[in-house]
Design a protein around this ligand. Sequence first.
Ligand SMILES: [Zn+2]
Length: 100
Amino acid sequence: MYEEFKSGKIPYIHCSCGHNFFYPRDRCPKCHGSSLEVRISSGEGTVFSFTEFGQGVYAIIEMKEGFRLYANVRGKVKIGDKVRVIPGNGRPEFEKVEDK
Ligand SMILES: [Zn+2]
């Protein structure tokens, strides 16, 4: 699973009940079912919450698929901004999607 992060992709777990979640578990946290599969996120999300530290931003991203994760974001963002994952080298990192 961690190999996927190195390619800049974000895997998540999809349950047959329709619930998507991020942290790997044996059972779905919603229905406790075990009919789970790994899927790859679109890499698109929205800033749910963030903290600035030094030059960086650390945010909770709500992904299009409905799960949330913590990640670094390049540049300045605010809550509600659209972001997308940058193909990275280890940990997922996001950048703001500029408004058109
Ligand atoms: Zn479920």
